[in-house]
Design a binder for this molecule. Structure first.
Ligand code: ATP
Length: 498
């Protein structure tokens, strides 16, 4: 099914609201073996091409945190929480007034959260809600539960918004799965489980990670919150290891990708259809391209919506550049010069093909750099060890494909390099993939921090893709001369210091 067909796909409200399938039907569900990490789902196996598979401004400068012990530096807190974007809230109840204080929460205390959850938030050093949390949480937590389609730029705190919702909706006394969060990659599911565990650390709840090789047929899951990838979750439901009769909340993180019927959408939709009819369905992403908007409204009917305009999608703190390399091979020389010149903290290099990621990793290792490559053809154990090593700062450079383009939150990543600019397809006619670009560069500049994104171009097509990205996003992608490494060093150092 083509992506455009998404808008034509008819999901009647009752298909979405189908009660849990009876046992006999569950058996019939045909399952593809397991987790389809983003890239594995849509990869040309022959050549390993990976397709795609803050807030309050305190102008006085004397702002005191509601919990002053959380931030030693009030200015730093202000900087991280400051944001200039406005969110557009569309309430399913048209009579309701979105400007009413009922619909925004300036403090976490305003939300009526369980004291143990407040304690968890403070332990995570969250002193007040970010803009998306401020707008979304009162709607997410209201009764009766309402569906939600929520968009906010990368690194602005969407995870906490849906995690708090799951943690608030479950009943701690009931040892049964009650909330499912689906994510497009193993790495993102593991990260989200960690966030939920930390947020809920003072509650008796349990979480379960539903990814490849994390479960077996003999152990029925009794954790209240399940975080996983759709292939595995589907498989576990079909094998009756994951009971779904008490599910109240379904979250699709990176929802536009999760609903892409050329990738994970088929499994996501099947899971949705099996859940109880009144399941609160929450769709979160930084991007909701037009082609999925109408489908998402069918997937989560009568949802409250928080949307951004196209020109608001870019994160201000991420400065974007392009470098003109003589040809494809010259890209490696430029890359090496960058790493020889700069002490960058941590960085991620995105390639189109797994082979390229592996090749660059071995060449850079031979050239004395601390790097690792991560992609969908690595073993699950290796994948876990590589991302953990990078998160802990043991490796400085992660070379990867689109598999971790989305959601991964490592605040010390100060630079992203698009060794290959992401495109929507293959061949000369293809165009820049604006959504994937936004997610990739959003791995830096997290929660108000500064970051740098550098795009390598090597021919007329890649030059055109940079122009398309500038037009689509209304941002400036500045040229940096490849010969002028001194100038480049000056520019990058000044940004990364500020
Ligand atoms: N209220 C808050 N106070 C302080 N830090 C916060 C707050 N909310 C979120 N953060 C931090 O901001 C960072 C980014 O949050 P998160 O990963 O949820 O972003 P996101 O919007 O889901 O991004 P993406 O679109 O890339 O998935 C995380 O490190 C998180 O701990």
């Amino acid at each position: 099914m083509s992506a455009e067909d998404l808008t034509n796909l008819k999901i009647s409200d009752d298909s979405v609201a189908t009660p849990a399938a009876p046992a006999g039907e569950e058996k019939d569900v045909s399952i593809q073996d397991d987790t389809i990490p983003t890239e594995t789902a849509a990869v040309d196996g022959k050549n390993g091409e990976a397709k795609m598979g803050e807030e309050e401004e305190d102008k006085s400068g004397t702002h005191q945190s509601a919990h002053p012990f959380l931030f030693t530096d009030a200015k730093e807190e202000q900087r991280l929480l400051a944001s200039t974007f406005e969110v557009n809230v569309t309430l399913a109840d048209q009579q309701a007034n979105p400007d009413s204080p009922l619909y925004s929460a300036k403090t976490f205390e305003d939300l009526g959260l369980h004291p143990s959850l407040l304690k968890g938030l403070y332990a995570m050093k969250f002193s007040k809600p970010s803009k998306i949390q401020e707008k979304a949480l009162p709607l997410l937590l209201a009764n009766p539960p309402m569906n939600m389609i929520a968009q906010s730029q990368s690194g602005t705190g969407k995870t906490a918004a849906f995690s708090l919702t799951m943690l608030s909706r479950i009943s701690y006394d009931l040892q049964q799965p009650q909330a499912i969060c689906l994510a497009p990659s193993r790495e993102l599911a593991r990260q989200t489980q960690d966030v939920v565990n930390r947020m809920g650390q003072f509650t008796p709840m349990k979480t379960f990670l539903a990814v490849k090789e994390s479960w077996n047929r003999d152990t029925r899951v009794d954790a209240q919150i399940i975080i996983g990838t759709p292939g595995t979750v589907m498989d576990m439901i079909a094998k009756r290891v994951l009971p779904i009769k008490d599910i109240k909340v379904l979250v699709l993180d990176e929802a536009d990708e999760m609903m892409d019927l050329q990738g994970l959408g088929d499994q996501t939709l099947r899971i949705r259809k099996m859940l109880p009819p009144n399941t609160q369905t929450l769709l979160f992403s930084a991007t909701f391209p037009d082609k999925v908007v109408s489908f998402s409204q069918k997937f989560a009917p009568n949802a409250n919506q928080i949307r951004l305009k196209q020109e608001e999608l870019s994160v201000e703190g991420i400065k974007q550049f392009f470098m003109d390399c003589a040809d494809n091979e010259a890209k490696y020389d430029v890359l090496l010069e960058i790493y020889n010149l700069l002490t960058v903290g941590q960085s991620i290099i995105f390639c189109r093909k797994r082979d390229t990621a592996d090749e660059i990793a071995s060449r850079m290792t031979a050239d004395g750099h601390s790097v690792a490559s991560l992609h969908g053809s690595k073993d699950t154990g290796d994948r876990d060890a590589i991302i953990d090593g990078f998160r802990e700062g043991k490796t400085k450079v992660l070379i990867t494909t689109n598999v971790i383009a989305r959601g991964i939150d490592i605040s010390q990543v100060t630079m992203v390099i698009n060794y290959d600019i992401p495109t929507t397809g293959f061949g000369p006619q293809t165009r820049a993939d604006t959504e994937t670009y936004l997610h990739r560069v959003g791995r830096t500049g997290r929660f108000g921090r500064q970051g740098v994104a550098i795009n390598f171009i090597s021919d007329a097509n890649s030059y055109r893709w940079v122009q398309e990205l500038q037009q689509d996003l209304g941002v400036e992608i500045t040229a940096v001369k490849t010969q002028d490494y001194e100038e480049m060093e000056k520019i990058l150092k000044s940004i990364l210091k500020s």
